[in-house]
Design a protein around this ligand. Structure first.
Ligand SMILES: CCCCCCCC/C=C\C/C=C/C(=O)SCCNC(=O)CCNC(=O)[C@H](O)C(C)(C)COP(=O)(O)OP(=O)(O)OC[C@H]1O[C@@H](n2cnc3c(N)ncnc32)[C@H](O)[C@@H]1OP(=O)(O)O
Ligand SMILES: Cc1cc2nc3c(=O)[nH]c(=O)nc-3n(C[C@H](O)[C@H](O)[C@H](O)COP(=O)(O)OP(=O)(O)OC[C@H]3O[C@@H](n4cnc5c(N)ncnc54)[C@H](O)[C@@H]3O)c2cc1C
Length: 676
């Protein structure tokens, strides 16, 4: 079927792939992105960005040194936000916001990342009316730049042990911010080093001699005119990192630095003028900015994996290497079954993660509405869903990107491929907003209303379960999995298989925890000794959610042209999970050896079915060359001539003779000659 992505001068192999696809890319793109109107808006936004001279990205970012990159990203961030309201609906951070930003900033953070992704939502949701009046205007007008300063040199995960203190002085109605030790130094906050003049600072609150735990404060750090650090504030950049080097992640120390009482966020917890502490309705309301980023990053991560797989599939369609049948000509590497197994599951994962991102967005919006009415009922569920997805999605995204890179051979290792930028940006998501293992343990402890609490209440028959947890209360089937062959297996059967595996492990981990509680002297030690099994339970629980959610989402599609593709990808997602999960599915003989062999046969048959449509499917992710920034992943498939151009524009090739040669190599060679 002919498609609009085909143009004259394109690589012939990639054109043939597009012509042979069995469906129209536009239809699949509309389904993936949530409707034709959204795809139309993406195009409108893309065109507007391309038209705007200030949004031209003329400098290839990967050739820049750290300071140049930071400066270029600051320029882009300012230009991007200058014209944003003319181009996008700024209130739609989950949709148009992420897309618009990725067109301009690429895979990097910048001077305004935290200002928009953490400070703005915190002010909207945690400031009282008076604070909102005072702070929201400057945030939106960008007359100040702000960040979120929580992590310290000594503590990131364990917030209860943060060392920065905020001690209330009722005489002056001020808090005194102080960093009592080296390890109390704030460390990591994005854009803190050189860009921000304000920060939300998480500090241990003391009032009238009592400790009340970590609370957020909105603190001025630098002079509004000179941008010099205020007296009592020491601040700077923490140095180069694996990725996101456009962002000046920073350090920060306070020396008995006084701030007014109303700099403490007071919508939830309050400190009255006399120092009386009024607790919040829910102890974790002050952690809302983290929950927001955990929710929003699921879509961002899926888009990173989506761009990696788009690059790898397109490149695999134009790359010819080796023969399958001797003397019949070199084949496209996409024809190798091993290549397909490396790549096609990444397509399925991208979709599963994206559809999960839609779900977490809906839940986030529901919780925000509830919180505005003072209702915290759904907060734990959101904490669980966002923490669990954050862990599993960021981990599998990082692994998937790496598979895509490896699948592109040597060229995958070049920055021209974009994989180094994609990987180093995305993998940060495994650590920031809660280290992944820690977040999995939260899932076990708390998520979906608390797996561990759920088990005991299920056994007591008193469980109140949500849609996300109700499967846990169902009885384990005594029979085998219903799987017979890939053609006959239904979505319900595959969901049942994942729920079986999750339930089995959840109860196993629970029983082990209870046993360990009898063996160790405290519940905390027993918890630690059960940590590995608890994490496995959480992972399987999240995977069961991802499979269920995938098929639920796809069930909305009645289009006979694209539904088969979505079904194939869904089955591949599930069967690849079962085959890779092995032991989780064979416990108590739920899957026999023969069934497992049939699962593998099913995967091979799906790879074959997906193969002819692979290029068209990744085309439907709707990435432009501007977003991909990859010579290997170019829409037109003209990779080789552009790799040569890319190398030639390299600043090292501006002059024929390098300074390295002049300073070091030439003298050595001259000396060598003299010794001959
Ligand atoms: C366009 C691009 C889009 C991408 C955007 C990316 C841009 C930004 C990129 C990077 C920015 C990065 C920023 C940061 O990293 S900020 C710092 C983030 N830090 C963390 O995430 C720290 C992780 N630690 C924690 O969250 C917590 O300390 C904890 C959850 C591990 C433990 O908390 P603690 O206070 O010790 O509580 P307890 O363990 O005692 O638990 C008590 C109770 O509360 C529940 N709970 C914990 N957190 C929450 C929450 N947020 N909401 C609701 N409930 C919560 C917990 O589960 C317990 O429940 P219980 O068992 O029922 O008692
Ligand atoms: C790119 C990037 C951007 C960041 N941006 C910001 C920012 O803007 N603002 C900010 O405040 N912070 C930021 N951070 C910091 C980030 O939030 C923390 O690094 C993260 O929360 C992990 O904390 P940690 O570094 O203390 O790791 P640690 O907690 O020291 O983790 C080290 C290891 O210990 C394990 N571990 C720790 N606690 C437990 C436990 N209870 N049970 C089992 N295992 C445990 C972990 O699983 C991990 O394997 C950023 C970090 C990165 C990498």
């Amino acid at each position: 079927m002919e498609d609009t992505l085909i143009r004259e001068g394109d690589n012939l192999d990639i054109t043939k792939e597009r012509r042979n696809a069995t469906f129209r890319v536009k239809k699949l793109a509309a389904f993936i992105h949530g409707g034709e109107e959204i795809v139309r808006r993406r195009k409108e936004i893309y065109d507007a960005v391309e038209r705007e001279p200030r949004l031209k990205n003329s400098v290839p970012i990967e050739f820049l040194a750290r300071e140049e990159r930071h400066e270029e990203q600051a320029r882009r961030a300012v230009a991007m936000t200058d014209v944003a309201t003319d181009i996008i609906d700024g209130s739609d951070m989950f949709g148009e916001g992420i897309y618009y930003q990725s067109l301009i900033m690429g895979r990097d953070l910048h001077s305004l990342s935290l200002h928009y992704s953490m400070v703005l939502p915190a002010i909207q949701n945690q400031a009282d009316d008076e604070q909102l009046d005072e702070w929201l205007g400057p945030i939106i007008s960008r007359s100040l730049i702000s960040t979120y300063a929580q992590t310290e040199l000594g503590h990131g995960t364990n917030l209860s042990k943060l060392e920065t203190t905020a001690t209330y002085d009722p005489k002056t109605q001020e808090f005194i911010l102080h960093s009592p030790t080296i390890t109390a130094t704030k460390w990591w906050p994005g854009a803190l080093g050189k860009s921000s003049n304000y920060a939300i600072v998480m500090a241990q609150l003391y009032t009238n001699g009592k400790w009340h735990g970590p609370h957020p404060f909105f603190v001025q750090l630098r002079d509004a005119e000179t941008h010099m650090p205020l007296k009592g504030v020491t601040v700077g950049d923490i140095g180069p990192k694996l990725g996101i080097n456009g962002s000046d992640n920073g350090f920060l120390r306070f020396n008995n630095f006084r701030i007014p009482r109303k700099t403490m966020f007071m919508k939830n917890a309050k400190v009255l003028p006399d120092g009386t502490y009024v607790p919040p309705k829910h102890a974790k309301l002050g952690f809302g900015a983290m929950v927001f980023v955990r929710s929003i990053m699921i879509k961002d991560q899926s888009m990173q994996l989506g761009s990696a797989i788009t690059i790898a599939v397109r490149y695999s369609a134009i790359r010819r290497q080796g023969e399958i049948v001797p003397n019949s000509g070199e084949v496209q590497i996409l024809d190798y079954q091993t290549q397909q197994l490396r790549l096609f599951p990444q397509i399925s994962r991208t979709l599963a993660f994206l559809f999960a991102a839609y779900e977490v967005k809906d839940l986030y919006l529901r919780v925000t509405t509830q919180l505005q009415e003072g209702n915290t009922e759904l907060l734990p569920e959101l904490h669980g869903l966002s923490s669990g997805l954050k862990s599993v999605v960021s981990w599998e995204t990082a692994q998937g990107i790496e598979q895509c890179r490896l699948a592109c051979g040597g060229h995958g290792y070049s920055q021209a491929s974009a994989f180094p930028e994609i990987y180093s940006y995305a993998v940060g998501g495994c650590t920031y907003e809660g280290e992944n293992i820690v977040m999995l343990l939260q899932v076990a402890r708390q998520a979906f209303l608390g797996l561990v609490k759920i088990v005991s209440s299920i056994r007591a028959g008193t469980a109140k379960l949500s849609l996300l947890t109700s499967y846990i209360a169902e009885k384990q089937p005594k029979t085998r999995s219903k799987f017979t062959c890939v053609e006959n297996v239904s979505a319900e059967d595959l969901i049942a298989d994942f729920e079986y595996a999750a339930r089995e492990q959840i109860f196993y981990a629970y029983d082990l925890l209870k046993k360990n509680e009898t063996l160790y002297s405290t519940p905390e030690e027993a918890w630690n000794k059960t940590g590995i099994e608890l994490c496995k339970a959480s992972r399987l629980h999240v995977k069961a959610f991802l499979v269920r959610n995938y098929f639920n989402y796809v069930s909305k599609c009645n289009d006979s042209e694209i539904r088969p593709i979505l079904d194939q990808l869904g089955k591949l997602y599930a069967l690849d999970g079962i085959s890779g999960g092995g032991v989780w599915f064979t416990r108590r003989g739920y899957y026999s050896d023969d069934q497992m062999a049939t699962v593998r046969q099913g995967i091979y048959s799906l790879l074959e079915k997906i193969r002819p449509n692979a290029v068209a499917i990744v085309d439907a992710f709707d990435f432009s060359d501007r977003e991909l920034q990859s010579v290997l992943g170019r829409r037109d498939g003209n990779v080789y001539e552009n790799l040569l151009k890319w190398a030639q524009q390299n600043p090292m090739n501006r002059s024929e003779i390098s300074t390295a040669y002049i300073k070091h190599l030439k003298p050595m060679m001259t000396e060598g000659k003299s010794k001959l």
